[in-house]
Ligand binder design. Sequence first.
Ligand code: ZN
Length: 280
Amino acid sequence: MISIPFPPQTDNAWRDWVADCEVERNLLIAAAAAGQHRTIKSSLYKRQKARFFAMSNGKCAYCESFITATQRGDVEHFRPKNAVSDFNFNRVQIPVVNGGFRPHPGYYWMAYDPLNLLPACIICNQVSGRRPHTRGKGTRFPVNGQYATQPGEELLETPLLVHPYRDQPDEHLRFEPNGVLVPLTPRGEVTRDVLDLNRDELVSNRRDAYLDAHALAVNWALSAASNAPDVHVLEQQLGKHLDGAKSFSAVGRLAIRKATERLNTGLSALGLIRRPGNGP
Ligand SMILES: [Zn+2]
């Protein structure tokens, strides 16, 4: 997981969508207040799917796998829209006014909230397997303390999952050159486990990405030192890692930093180190 910028969207299609979402959000809130059911419209929250995936460079916002080439991917609700489960897949119960408990209804009021909608792969997002081998986020949403159950209460809630738009993932998650993710905080630990971010395939892919990026950085430095004709192509590829456009950019950036550190002493002494993107 890396930080995904969410710049202000100002075009008409976005404004129209936000307006439509606001209408539906108000209808959902009114229905809930009246004790009625109103179906959440997937066609509405998916209308900006292409935009969400463009923001993440076609990658899953959680695991950084490039997915748009091989699967349609999901528009995932960070706060689940219809039901809420805890870390152990048990449905969260909330107290009711007259005593007793009822299942959490889900964060229905955030079903169309742009900052609650993330591009995700089906393995991170959807539940699969039988207990105790069940994996995938599904409706899980662990929090520290009480759950928000009404519109606005989410501002007082403390999610344990790291949010790629709102949080700085590198404050909670660190990657090793061998592809293993190491949590730095309790939130990082929950995020790793809920999303199964150390599954074998991801660790293997991240290890490969690290080695590829490291070799790329070395090749670039050597090309730069000899003013080889491919230096600009290599520079562009390095830039894709640094910009987050490559799969597993978190480890790609790590590899470039490590390679640069190793090369820095010798090449900088010769005045041959240049930063990628700065040109010749
Ligand atoms: Zn994923």
